[in-house]
Write a protein that binds this ligand. Structure first.
Ligand code: SF4
Length: 349
């Protein structure tokens, strides 16, 4: 199971140079450490293809080129060490153009992702939905099957399918239906799912249902929020799927648990700002390559209890902060130096 996210801005060559380029490489490295296995980029023109090509040579993260309509952009991207392209053979033009893309893709061993979206279905399928002849889920499946049929025509099989809708029910129905009809791997996600909370809830509902039924190979939790939060949400969904589904557990055999964060919601008893501390440390903790539990608690009511199971715990206690290791207090400090002390203890794990 692979977690994917998508770069949220357009990049230029200037962005890849000097300090700016360093920061981008660092960010991509951190996303990878957090568990992102594929990073997709919109490639709207040939200029963007050149930038992506250069970036692909600078990072170890597998990069995906997301292309609409123009086969020439796909061909240019295929000149570079990218991991995948997303393009629909049904809308890139003539048979010759399709053949060129598929031949180049085969020669380079680069798979193609078909991307069908409920918001941009072929006109005839949209009309049949309006006429009540098809459900939206059925229309998504039919659109995907049309694209798959083109691949079959050219004897091209290195592909996967993504069918996205902003409705949880349509996402579930469409993927269930297509999974019964094809062996092609499926990329799952609720698209345009909204801001952080709404988006995580909608994606969790759809993905846990499908993963629990044995459907799905890659996932993206699309959010109007950061890439890091998309990856964290994806990780938590996969781990929850592994806890609740035998199939998902087997598929994710090699998936590392990584850091488990137990943090309290905070209340009037708090002696320590768990919210601020958790958000400051979130990305760093998720990027750690260790299977450990960290407890971040506001006060001694539940702090010591939770920290008993934690490899490292931090808890407010009056005007002090306590650091625990497996329930044993290892340091008593002032809140002002809590981050520094936490970092020191974290490095010892
Ligand atoms: S640990 Fe303390 S501060 Fe946090 S929610 Fe529980 S009682 Fe409130």
């Amino acid at each position: 199971m692979v977690i994917q996210t998508m770069w949220k801005d357009r990049l230029s060559f200037d962005d890849l140079a000097g300090l700016a380029g360093e920061k981008i490489r660092e960010r991509i490295g951190r996303l990878q450490a957090m568990g992102c296995g594929l990073l997709r980029f919109a490639v709207p023109d040939l200029g963007a293809a050149e930038v992506l090509g250069r970036l692909a040579a600078m990072v170890s993260m597998p990069l995906v080129a997301d292309i609409h309509f123009d086969y020439k952009i796909a061909l240019r991207c295929l000149d570079y060490p990218i991991a995948k392209i997303r393009i629909n053979p049904g809308n890139i033009g003539s048979r010759t153009q399709v053949e060129k893309v598929l031949s180049a893709s085969t020669a380079k061993g680069i798979p193609i992702r078909i991307g069908v979206n409920a918001g941009s279905l072929p006109r005839d399928l949209a009309a049949r939905i309006d006429a009540g002849e098809l459900t939206r889920a059925e229309a998504l499946v039919e659109a995907a099957e049309r694209e798959l049929a083109i691949f079959r025509e050219f004897d091209f099989h290195d592909c996967l399918v993504s069918m996205k809708a902003s409705s949880v029910a349509d996402t579930i129905r469409a993927n269930r239906l297509l999974a019964e009809r094809t062996d092609a791997p499926l990329h799952l996600g609720v698209t345009e799912a909204g801001p952080l909370i709404a988006g995580v809830v909608r994606n969790t509902a759809a993905l846990l249902t499908l993963l629990g039924e044995g459907v799905g190979d890659t996932i993206r939790v699309s959010l109007s929020d950061t890439m890091e939060n998309e990856v964290i949400a994806g990780r938590e969904i996969l781990h929850t799927a592994a806890e609740t589904s035998e199939w998902a557990r087997k598929r994710q055999g090699a998936l590392k648990r990584g850091v488990t964060i137990v943090s309290c919601p905070r209340c009037g008893r708090n002696g320590f700002d768990t919210h601020g501390f958790t958000s400051r440390w979130l990305d760093t903790l998720y990027a750690m390559d260790k299977d450990i539990t960290i407890a971040i608690m506001g006060c001694v009511v539940n702090g010591p209890g939770e920290s008993r199971h934690a490899d490292l715990g931090i808890t407010g206690a009056g005007n002090k902060v306590l650091l625990f290791r497996h329930g044993e207090v290892i340091r008593t400090i002032n809140a002002a130096v809590a981050d520094e002390a936490f970092r020191e203890e974290l490095e010892k794990l």
